[in-house]
Design a binder for this molecule. Structure first.
Ligand SMILES: Cc1cc2nc3c(=O)[nH]c(=O)nc-3n(C[C@H](O)[C@H](O)[C@H](O)COP(=O)(O)OP(=O)(O)OC[C@H]3O[C@@H](n4cnc5c(N)ncnc54)[C@H](O)[C@@H]3O)c2cc1C
Length: 341
């Protein structure tokens, strides 16, 4: 059964802009939950360039993608945001004035007064490996993410890939699998050297197998996998398996955002520049996902958009109250909310 969660605002996307929106909303006593399809916060900063330095965050001469994510998380802490990671928002429905229902693929339902779409370039989705006939097995015996490790206990597992995800899941699932085989196209790995060493030690002690080659075909029926063919330099090996986990990286796709009744322009959401509200009152779009004359896809633009969005959202959340503009430097009331007064 779906769980219904009531909140003032539901933020779709926990990238830098969604995170800063929590802060701006929090200053105005507006509570937020955030949903992100990634299993971590930080959006592009965390997924695409965690170690790269960013030089154009106002007042911070240099900070990495990871560092910025950590700093934003710290800044949101007084407002106790609740994150729902590893879930994709599928549906946004208007129930009435300042009333929305938002549904995720994790079977959660949110009822909220405003929706903030901070979905960036869209949802990060796994790249499908080029194996003919893979589709019927997806989400039955082929999985692009591990949501519950227990689902793989006692199974014959095939993990495919050479990056950190493939190596991390190899190390995590090997102790509970009946037998685990890691397949990678070459005998060099992009993952952390420590993980590579641990994986090689498990192979040396015969606790798992490593195949250098490519998965070319799957065997089974009705979505139930029984074996996979691996093309190696010496020929084709057949490996019995119950489940395959390919980790071929992520790609950004717009995803379900296009189905929510919002006006779209070339996969972006047009907004007004007074409040960054969409064509549906009460639904806002901030950060890389929106468009307006002069838009720059920069983190600092998304921060500004979040501040103005919060001012308008206040009127939906507290229709009978008057909003008084205040500075964090001089308002004791804001400082109390931040836990510094
Ligand atoms: C290599 C690189 C370098 C960059 N360098 C800079 C720089 O130096 N300075 C700068 O200002 N900007 C830089 N950028 C751009 C910057 O990263 C983006 O402007 C910023 O990440 C936008 O933030 P956002 O929160 O709007 O979106 P994102 O960071 O894209 O986050 C959006 C999040 O929403 C999630 N999402 C989308 N749809 C759904 C859904 N239906 N359900 C659940 N979750 C969903 C996604 O999974 C994602 O995590 C760079 C970008 C790249 C790729």
């Amino acid at each position: 059964m779906s769980e219904t969660i009531k909140t003032d605002v539901l933020i779709i996307g926990a990238g830098p802009v969604g995170l800063f929106a929590v802060f701006e909303l929090g200053l105005l006593d507006i509570k937020a939950h955030l949903v992100d399809i990634l299993d971590k916060i930080g959006g592009q900063c965390a997924e695409l360039y965690p170690e790269k330095p960013i030089y154009d965050i106002p007042g911070i001469p240099l900070i990495t993608g990871h560092g910025l994510t950590e700093a934003l998380l710290e800044q949101t802490k007084p407002f106790k945001p609740i994150f729902h990671l590893g879930e994709m928002v599928l549906k946004v429905e208007k129930l009435g004035d300042a009333q929305f229902r938002v549904t995720t693929d994790g079977d959660k339902v949110f009822e909220c007064k405003c929706v903030v779409v901070a979905a960036g370039g869209g949802s990060f989705q796994p790249k499908r490996p080029p194996i003919q006939g893979i589709e019927p097995y997806e989400e039955k015996s082929v999985f692009y993410a591990v949501r519950k490790m227990e689902a793989f206990r006692g199974k014959k597992l095939l993990i495919v890939g050479g990056g950190d995800s493939a190596l991390d899941w190899t190390l995590n699932l090997q102790p509970i699998a009946e037998r685990l085989t890691l397949v990678h196209r070459r005998d060099e790995f992009r993952g952390a050297p420590d993980s590579v060493n641990k994986m090689r030690a498990l192979v040396a002690s015969d606790d798992m197998d490593l195949k250098i080659g490519q998965v070319t075909a799957l065997e089974g029926g009705n979505g139930v996998l029984t074996a996979a063919s691996i093309k190696t330099k010496d020929g084709v090996d057949r490996i019995e398996c119950d489940a395959m986990l390919p980790f071929f990286g992520l790609t950004m796709k717009l995803g379900p955002v296009a189905d929510w009744g919002l006006t779209m322009e070339e996969e972006l959401i047009p907004v007004d520049t007074a409040a960054f509200e969409t064509n549906i009152p009460g639904i806002f779009a901030i950060g890389d996902i929106n468009t307006y004359p002069g838009k720059l896809k920069l983190i600092l633009s998304g921060f500004h958009e979040g501040a103005l969005m919060a001012q308008k959202a206040y009127h939906y959340v507290y229709p009978d109250k008057r909003l008084v503009f205040q500075y964090t430097t001089s308002s004791t009331s804001l400082q109390k909310k931040l836990g510094v007064a």
